[in-house]
Write a protein that binds this ligand. Sequence first.
Ligand SMILES: NC(=O)c1ccc[n+]([C@@H]2O[C@H](COP(=O)([O-])OP(=O)(O)OC[C@H]3O[C@@H](n4cnc5c(N)ncnc54)[C@H](O)[C@@H]3O)[C@@H](O)[C@H]2O)c1
Ligand SMILES: O=C(O)C(=O)C[C@@H](O)[C@H](O)[C@H](O)COP(=O)(O)O
Ligand SMILES: [Zn+2]
Length: 362
Amino acid sequence: MTALDVEVGGARPYRIHIGAGLLDDGALLARPLRGRHALVASDGNVAPLYAAGVVDALRAARPDAQVATCVIPPGEQEKTLARFGEAIDALAALGATRDACVYALGGGVVGDLAGFAAACWMRGIDCVQLPTSLLAMVDSSVGGKTAVDLPQGKNLVGAFHPPRAVVADTATLRTLPARELRAGLAEVVKYGAIAESGFLDWLDAHADALLGGDADALSEAIARSCAHKAAIVERDPFEHGERALLNFGHTFGHAIETAQDYGALNHGEAVAVGMVLAARLSAALGLATDTDTMILRALLQRLGLPTEPPAGLAPDTLLAHMRLDKKAQASGLRFVLWDGPGHARVVADVPEDAVLDVLRGA
Ligand SMILES: NC(=O)c1ccc[n+]([C@@H]2O[C@H](COP(=O)([O-])OP(=O)(O)OC[C@H]3O[C@@H](n4cnc5c(N)ncnc54)[C@H](O)[C@@H]3O)[C@@H](O)[C@H]2O)c1
Ligand SMILES: O=C(O)C(=O)C[C@@H](O)[C@H](O)[C@H](O)COP(=O)(O)O
Ligand SMILES: [Zn+2]
């Protein structure tokens, strides 16, 4: 255990291990492997860099184990039921028994898809998250939301399936493209926005270091983000209440991703735009101030993130996608609205006209 590790409590507690070089630690990787079957799932960018090392480390620690790999093409457009089926086929080919373990090696796309395969194979086998993108380290590897996308909407088919462990090897961030690093910072800003205004100040002060890949700054951002997420999912693992705050910016963001067929803005970028739109909606409804919104927007811009929706997206189309948001109820849309730095709330029955006004004004 390092000083940065974070515990996620609850009915099935697990540890988020954070440190450089952890993917080489076969004993750590193999610890949750109860049976003899391990499937390392990854994508076409990450697998050539790290999959062989993970497979070798697992085999060295557990010579009796059968270790197979499953590699999907990279990108959000591959987070589909068809690719999920490929992961299931790989588990069948391996002859994976109920004590098998799926190792999700990659960004949030691999983590969500492989985690969902683990949730479904034989009604649920173990999963270890090995996040290699900043976004996956600060958010998607923690908390057990797994899913694939449909053309109709983001993450519409999925399950809650917490991992047995998360192993975040921060050395892998050295190969992460700069655009993807910035995308991860959007979710980091989210924690400051909803839970800790001082974290927003810290991010502002360390923006250059973070963008420059400074290892200490990134490690601190990861550990602080994981601590926020762990505290929330521990109290509300199935999103009956406060966990929905982690969806700040996502009602707009997911609608943008869906409307663009998951091909233009990536998730972090769409969430950055979505947080600004949610802040504007909050201001229009008398919550956050315009000044708060401008400060949030300026921080996101400083971190190299987009803050306005791409041109050409019709407000009515976006609104239609929002009606399939998982927070929506029969009575109407529910939004995470912002009270200003460090505070947010879930608000039901937000008038669609107010949402359209924000989209038209953007
Ligand atoms: N389950 C959750 O709680 C949760 C939370 C946030 C986001 N998500 C989901 O996560 C996904 C976004 O995750 P993401 O931003 O990691 O996207 P991603 O998985 O597409 O990864 C981004 C890109 O970086 C590449 N990559 C990843 N690690 C690399 C490395 N170390 N070196 C080189 N290339 C690397 C990938 O191949 C990909 O091209 C979305 O589908 C989103 O819905 C889920
Ligand atoms: O963990 C959560 O809860 C989140 O909402 C984290 C989000 O960053 C993440 O994008 C999540 O996948 C969105 O969940 P969804 O329920 O809106 O699909
Ligand atoms: Zn997200």
